[in-house]
Design a protein around this ligand. Structure first.
Ligand SMILES: Cc1cc2nc3c(=O)[nH]c(=O)nc-3n(C[C@H](O)[C@H](O)[C@H](O)COP(=O)(O)O)c2cc1C
Length: 238
């Protein structure tokens, strides 16, 4: 694979939030997780483990837990100024809350064993939780790229501490094991639109931070508001 082919894959990968019910062969799922196995991690600690869920009864229980979190999230979201709320909390048509993951034939829960933090001496200086999270995020990114390479769609669903507490017993995970995110995988039910990205020239600094590119607090606020507007077309309409 050359760099242009790699860039094509990087650009083609999109968050997919609605899925066809067509099953995904186990062989592909294993290849996708094989890609994650090769992710980078601090001192090669490899905190990640993956729980693959296909059982509809388990999925229902997870959906119930997600619904409970959704009710709390909705209440919190309404405390934000309206322009900053997610589209569905501003009356903009959106997928019904988290329908996407219920449709996906496969859910991969990305877990982490925090004890692996001892692999690096830096653990004394760094915030332990973040190092494990960062390592696991690398593995999740690999899952997404590999899914895109298979013509599959994937979503990144953050598992909050609140949701993790509910999901851990459902999946029978030991207390020490963290469940950090869920990656629903399936064949996309729609053609995802290109997501917005900042221009390359805005984000590269040569030989030190170029202050002409520094964004004031006001500019950053405008950026965040603009992001909310730009997120509208990338969310599939029901
Ligand atoms: C740390 C992290 C958390 C995310 N959490 C969610 C999530 O909970 N639900 C969701 O639908 N997408 C989630 N995403 C996906 C982002 O919304 C998505 O990557 C971003 O909007 C850019 O779109 P793209 O993936 O199509 O390029 C998350 C992504 C990351 C890296």
């Amino acid at each position: 694979m050359n760099i242009d082919e790699f860039l094509e894959l990087a650009r083609a990968r999109r968050s997919v939030r609605r899925f066809k019910s067509d099953p995904v062969p186990d062989e592909l799922i294993e290849k996708i997780i094989e890609a994650a196995r090769w992710a980078m991690s601090g001192a090669n600690g490899q905190p990640w483990e993956f729980i693959v869920v296909k059982d509809p009864a388990l999925k229902d229980k997870i959906a119930e837990a997600k619904d409970e979190q959704q009710r709390l999230a909705a209440a919190i979201e309404m405390t934000r100024v309206p322009e900053m709320r997610q589209p569905r909390y501003r009356g903009i048509p959106d997928i019904p809350p988290d329908l996407g993951f219920r449709e996906a034939p496969v859910l991969i829960f990305v877990c982490a064993d925090p004890r692996t933090i001892q692999a690096t001496v830096l653990n004394q200086l760094l915030d332990r939780r973040w190092l494990v999270d960062e390592n696991t995020a690398n593995a999740t990114q690999m899952l997404h790229l590999a899914a895109a390479a298979c013509g599959l769609g994937a979503q990144w669903v953050t598992i909050s501490a609140y949701l993790e507490d509910m999901i851990k017993p459902i999946l029978g995970a030991p207390k020490i094991i963290r469940i950090l995110n869920m990656v629903p995988i399936g064949y996309p039910a729609y053609q995802p639109k290109m997501a917005y990205r900042r221009e390359l020239k805005e984000i590269i600094h040569y030989d030190g931070y170029d202050m002409s590119k520094y964004r004031s607090h006001e500019q950053l606020q405008d950026f965040l508001l603009q992001l909310r507007e730009l997120s509208k077309p990338v969310y599939p309409i029901k």
